[in-house]
Design a protein around this ligand. Structure first.
Ligand code: NDP
Length: 282
């Protein structure tokens, strides 16, 4: 089994981002990502700091818009203002959101041209149509990692466990757009291990620590672990039982060091692409 090195993939993407950002700046455009933070959740604050640090290292400005106890209307007003601001190229709205507010409803107010984390329904619709769009960065990271492995996805059997709008569904659509034969599983799927064992490419996006064991994996399969489950000692484990699956899988992403760093790198790539797009579609 070989590890799929997400940090190495992220490093390569970030070098490309830095070059594109330098070119944009030389031409008078400062690529800028706005991160709307509607709650004071501790985990979100840590994640936002890490995005800001990564962005600024590669020449992308990162504007953190911390909102204090906002309601739906305040969040929407902020997203509309940023969508209309010519100096902002990418917008993400962090979860968790306040009680009763969903990303699906507020995401609509992020301009599709700036929707670098694929939160607007139009972005998901374009993805479903196989058209160019910004896919949610985590789902895009799954595909990016697979592409770096030089796998033939056309005709491959892919199984995605998880059907959320931010990860499972868009990952399945991206795989389908690559002509993989895709099965999407969820909490009501019967005989999950048997379905998973059919996969040449298995994507775990469940949010249950180490749920995917060796009996879920076809020998030699490529396994992408999206899960990030905090452990009691302050660490992180995936949805895949790494120690059990490593002897069976052909290739496997570790947690941490797999999907996570590529997700951040792709948010930055999407932001410079959005900045480039703003020059032709102001
Ligand atoms: P959600 O909770 O929104 O979705 C989980 C999905 O897993 C649902 O579709 C659910 O099914 C399914 N599921 C739950 N339990 C089971 C089960 N026992 N058997 C089969 N399917 C099950 O989670 P997200 O999609 O937001 O996130 C998934 C994981 O990815 C989490 O660990 C999250 O932390 C991580 N993540 C990682 C990111 C990164 O950058 N690395 C970014 C975003 C998320 P149903 O629909 O039927 O309820």
């Amino acid at each position: 089994m070989s590890d799929i090195d997400g940090r190495a993939v992220a490093k390569q993407i970030r070098a490309e981002v830095a070059a594109a950002a330098a070119k944009l700046r030389a031409d008078g455009t400062v690529p800028t990502l706005a991160v709307v933070v509607p709650t004071d959740d501790e985990g979100t604050a840590w994640y936002v700091r890490s995005i800001k640090k990564a962005a600024e290292k590669e020449g992308v400005d990162c504007r953190v818009e911390q909102l204090t106890a906002p309601g739906r209307a305040e969040i929407i007003a902020k997203l509309e203002a940023l969508s209309a601001d010519p100096e902002v190229h990418g917008i993400i709205c962090q979860t968790p959101l306040p009680e009763g507010v969903t990303l699906a409803e507020v995401g609509w107010y992020i301009s599709p041209f700036k929707d670098v984390d694929g939160a607007n329904q139009e972005s998901l619709g374009r993805l479903a149509q196989g058209r160019r769009t910004f896919a949610p960065a985590t789902a895009a990271a799954v595909l990016e990692l697979l592409k770096h492995e030089d796998l033939t996805l056309a005709g491959a059997r892919a199984v995605v466990v998880g059907r959320s709008t931010v990860v499972g569904k868009p990952a399945a659509l991206l795989l389908l757009n690559e002509s993989a034969t895709v099965t999407v599983c969820h909490s009501r799927t019967k005989d999950l291990a048997t379905v998973c064992r059919e996969a040449d490419v298995l994507v775990a996006a469940v949010g249950r620590a180490e749920m995917i064991g060796a009996d879920f994996v076809k020998p030699g399969a490529t396994v992408i672990d999206v899960g990030t489950n905090p452990t009691d000692d302050g660490g992180l484990v995936g949805d895949v039982d790494y120690a059990a699956v490593a002897p069976v899988a052909g290739r496997l992403t570790p947690v941490p060091g797999g999907v996570g760093p590529v997700t951040t790198a792709l948010l930055l790539r999407h932001t410079v692409e959005a900045a480039e797009l703003s020059l032709t579609h102001p």
